[in-house]
Design a protein around this ligand. Sequence first.
Ligand SMILES: [Zn+2]
Length: 385
Amino acid sequence: MKFQWLCLLLGFSLPAFAAEYYIRVPFKNYEDIKRLVDQGFDVGGINLQKKRVTLVVKEEDLPKTRGMKILEKRAIGRPDSQYKKPVDVEKMLFDTETAFPHLAKVESIGKTGEGRDIWAIHLTSYFFVSEKPKLSVLFDAMHHAREVMTPEVALDIVDYLTKNYGADPKVTKWMNQYDIWVVPMLNPDGNNKVWNSSSMWRKNNRGGYGVDPNRNYTYEWNSCNGSSGSQSSETYRGPSAGSEPESQALMNLATRIKPMFNISYHSYSEIVIYPYGCSPKHIPAPDQAIYEGVGKELAAKLVRDSGSGSYDPGTAYELLYDVDGGSIDWMYASEKVMSFVIEMNGDAEGFQPSYAAWRDKTVQRQRLGWQYILDRMEGPGIKPQ
Ligand SMILES: [Zn+2]
């Protein structure tokens, strides 16, 4: 509000944001969700308990929803300005490095199409001499630009581990024994667009139309209709496998650090997703039991926004729809990383919940998930390649 008044006083206008709506429709089964995806709708997320899907629909596309059973239609506003912008993430990471030089090092893992650095922070006790080589773990957030809660959780990991080192025995042990890597904002170009012209922007900004970085990974790229070849689609897979700087940056980092686990934070739907994304493929035995077992335990740690019940685990096609070229499939297939997507938050407030009402609650609840993963580092796990 203050910013808007300032703009009026200074006589310059706010950027024009196109009108968009959350439209909730019921679903009975996964064919219903698949049909919506095939019709080209932007499926924002689902509510498995209430059996409803939320679509993100632009004003000009409203006629496409005619004849559908609409449970609710809500205009989408601007994101809460307290969420982090690319400059805020950068500042917080460098402030952490300055405050804790013995625990944190910031590194650029790539440059975006618009020339922004993709920042990673490497957390470990640099003075602690371990008898064994340190195992690695990788947390990433914001493949999708509009999912503004996800960097908050990633930055909370950074904050929690640095500030509690030496005081909390568990944190001290994790930081002494592991190399903990956090990439809090993989897609800063897309996020910049969220703040400047399009609250619901999801992709990066290649050519102004954008590529979905999470359909661009090289493993089984464009293999099962789990992405789109159309530049205007929200799931446009890009011109070729691994064409995007964001997916390249994460693949290069994972290949270098060989993490035991990876969590990729997305929002929303209150689910935990493990590979594979293409129906009906599963992780092969003997890895499947361990991998899906961890996924189920991870999901059980995560409390829903309602305060009762926990997240649902499964593959993308069991819970949502087919996904090809996604990060977690590549992580396992190429590097034998146990990799999970956590779709945080419920559907009540969509992608951009009120910061004051939801930020602290969400990061606190997500701590049980990433701390479970750190506790689980000793195994049993999957043998790295
Ligand atoms: Zn996402």
